[in-house]
Each structure stands twice: as C-alpha cells, then as structure tokens.
Design a protein around this ligand. Structure first.
Ligand code: ADP
Ligand code: NA
Length: 401
C-alpha cells in the first residue's frame, strides 16, 4: 500500500438550486423568489469531497452535462482541496489536506444537463424538491465494463446512478483483489432488487436505521434458505425499524438495530447472487455493517481480523455515541455522505499504517476512525449546506484535541 492509493467514488453529481419563496408554488401560479442560491451536491460529489478533506486521494467517476455549466462543475470539484474557515473550528491555511479529487473520470455528457435538484423553500419551513437525474443517468458508450484502476484500494458507491452501474462496479471490484467496497444503498432499491443483490461483493454496508430495516425486510422475507437464529426476535426488531414508530426512543432503536444488524451480518454473505468462482470461497465474504443513528451515533457489526485470526466467529454489535455538538443543529443535509467519505479515508489510513491483516490494537484503531467520522459529522450538522460544512481532518483533530 503506497501513498498512490486511490479511493474510487462512482456516483452522482448534482447542482442544488435553492429558491426561497413566501410559499411553495401551486399549480398555475407564478411567484417571485426573494433569494436564490446554488450549491454543489449529489451523493458521489459529496462523498468524494468528504474523503478528500479527510486526506484521501479520490478519483471521482461521474458525469456532468454539456456546456459551460458542466465544465465549471468539474473545475470546482477538482480544484485545490480547500478547507472551509467559518464552520466553528479554526482553520489554518497551512493545514491544507494532502488529498484531492482527480477529475479524469468525470465524463461530459453531450446530450443534456448536469444532474439537478431544484428546491423550493417556503418561509414556513415547507419545501418541495424536483430532481433531474440528467448526466447521472447516462452511461459511457458501449461496449464497456467498469475499469477499476490498479492502485484503487477502496470503492465508494451509493445509488443516485443507474442500479446496473452500481452492480457492475461492485462485481468488478469483487473480481479484483484488495479493493474494499463501501456501499450506501440510498435512495433505497426496491425489495426485489435488494433480494437479488450481490451482497457478497459488499465489504462495508453503511445504512441508517430505516434502511437497515428495509433491507432486512426485503432479504428475510424473500429467502427460504436463510435460517435465522431467534427468528421471532429478529422479525420484531425489523417491524420496529420499518414502522417508523417510537423513533424518539433512542435506546429501543439501538436495541432493534443491533439485533437486525447482527442477523444481516450473518445472513448477507450467504445470500449472494454473485458467484465469481462457484466454489465455497464466496462464503468467506464478510459484510461489515455500520448503522448511523442520527443523534444516537453509530453501531457497527464487523468481523475483526483479531477474532478471525483466533478462529473465532463471534458476532458483536458495538455502539459509539455521536460526537458532542458544540453548536445547535443547523443543517443535516449530506451528513451520511460526510460519514462515508471520512470512513473511506480512515480505512485507507489504517491500511497504510498497518499493512493488511495487522490485528494488534485493531479495535481501538477502528474506533479511532469512527470517532473521526462522527466528529466530522457533528461539524457538518452544525453548519449550513453539505460540502460547505465538511471539515478537513486537521479541523477534526482540532475539535478532538
Ligand atoms: P443519514 O443522513 O444517512 O440518515 P444520519 O442522520 O444517521 O445519516 O447522520 C449521519 C451522522 O451525522 C450520524 O451518525 C451523526 O454522527 C451525525 N448526525 C446526524 N444527525 C445528528 C443529530 N441530530 N445530532 C448529532 N449528530 C447527528
Ligand atoms: Na451541514
């Protein structure tokens, strides 16, 4: 593992356009906005930005639309990795992150617009959003298979691109050794898509509690092969997470999410639609799960190389509380993406320091990575915007000091 290591992000780029209005426009009505602002967003661009601010070298594999607009988006994304000064943590210009976003995989799609979100924000707090997938729905000309560059160690994926693309990248990464895949299934695929998903190609599944419940519901109800330990308890926990009730009860949510994450961690690798080699080796796949729980922090279920090296296969769910907010919550947009980018950069750093497979003190080191993710997220939610509120690693360290 060298410093040439790359985090590949295959994902979306959006321009978010905000119109501040007295009320949301009704059919047939024309009203004037009293303010307009524009920000770069999209899950792919957000995750790439977060990973770069966290110090990773990122290759963003995405598409922008035709014309000046697309070009300027590309330029903005691939400029120097500047930190943001006014997010409540001092920023020292000497502490520019070492990473950056490489733009050679950002295609220009000549047939239409860059992806857009048009957001109406009314004075009473209501909003309404129009999404235009635009270039995000486009594919490179055929025939083509995803190319994962040699020095890619981590691949980040989410779903604002065609599902077939996500699947193709997951499979390509799985057939290439030493690429860790990190997948955030948002927006959620349908239950039949989830049931047929190549789960054994996913190294890290990052979900919130609702997504965790949705996946479990789809997967457990479709598969006859899976024998669940404590089936009644698992089903009860899935119902709790998917009914959306009582979410205020943090303790209950953590309990339910732990039960479901453990069951999925055990079941997912066996429920695989991807058989690269039809031998038993595919059953050795591990799907590590991290469930973000908003104000309650995160829980993780993973197989550590420590337990694995000892031949133990115990499954534990561990919780880490959210980092303390030092200011009121302002805007949680893109907090999940901030987490993803920081996680990728953190896992890369661990690998770089330790080489693969070093088990000593592994749990503490991994929790150190999570702590930085959570601290970055709390700075993110304290500030307006998504990318504009992502701290650099130096800012995270300052906050932790
Ligand atoms: P998503 O946006 O994908 O639903 P979450 O809401 O769980 O993801 O947010 C991701 C992370 O952002 C959380 O793990 C937490 O660290 C932070 N976060 C989000 N909402 C809050 C909150 N209300 N208070 C403190 N931290 C929060
Ligand atoms: Na924010």
């Amino acid at each position: 593992m060298s410093d040439e290591s790359i985090c590949l992000v295959r994902g979306s780029i959006n321009i978010d356009e905000f119109y501040d209005l007295p009320t949301i426009v009704r059919p047939g009505q024309t009203i004037s906005a009293f303010n307009f602002s524009k920000r770069l967003g999209g899950k792919g661009a957000n995750q790439a930005r977060a990973a770069a601010r966290a110090g990773a070298r990122v290759l963003l594999d995405a598409a922008v639309g035709q014309g000046v607009e697309g070009e300027s988006v590309k330029k903005e994304l691939c400029g120097p990795v500047k930190g943001v000064e006014d997010i409540g943590v001092p920023f020292d210009a000497g502490d520019e992150p070492e990473g950056g976003i490489l733009g050679e995989r950002i295609r220009v799609w000549d047939d239409g617009s860059t992806g857009k979100a048009i957001i109406q924000r009314a004075e009473d707090g209501e909003n309404s959003i129009i999404i235009l997938a635009g270039a995000n729905a486009s594919l490179p000309s055929k025939p083509y298979t995803p190319l994962i560059p040699q020095n890619t160690t981590h691949l980040l994926l989410a779903n604002e691109i065609p599902l077939d693309e996500t699947l193709a990248y997951l499979r390509a990464a799985a057939s290439q050794q030493n690429v860790t895949t990190i997948y955030n299934p948002s927006p959620m695929p349908t239950s039949s898509e989830l049931a047929a998903f190549p789960w054994n190609c996913v190294g890290w599944l990052i979900v919130n509690e609702g997504e965790l419940g949705d996946i479990a519901k789809a997967v457990f109800s479709s598969s006859k092969e899976v024998k669940l330990d404590g089936e009644g308890e698992v089903n009860g926990a899935v119902r709790y997470l998917t009914n959306g009730k009582d979410k205020e009860d943090g303790k209950k949510t953590i309990e339910a999410a732990s039960i479901v994450a453990k069951a999925l961690h055990t079941a997912l690798p066996r429920l695989s639609s991807f058989d690269d080699d039809d031998s038993e080796t595919s059953t050795a796949a591990v799907v590590n799960i991290i469930c973000t729980l908003g104000a309650s922090g995160v829980l993780h279920v993973r197989r550590s190389s420590f337990t694995a090296s000892q031949g133990k296969d115990e499954v534990n769910a561990k919780c880490l509380p959210a980092a303390k907010l030092l200011r009121p919550i302002r805007d949680t947009t893109g907090a999940g993406d901030c987490f993803m980018g920081y996680l990728a950069a953190g896992l890369m750093r661990l690998q770089r320091k330790d080489g693969a497979g070093c088990a000593e003190g592994e749990e503490e080191k991994f929790e150190g990575v999570l702590k930085r993710c959570l601290t970055a997220c709390s700075i993110c939610v304290e500030n307006e915007g998504a990318q504009d509120s992502y701290p650099t690693m130096a800012q995270v360290e300052t906050r932790l000091a």
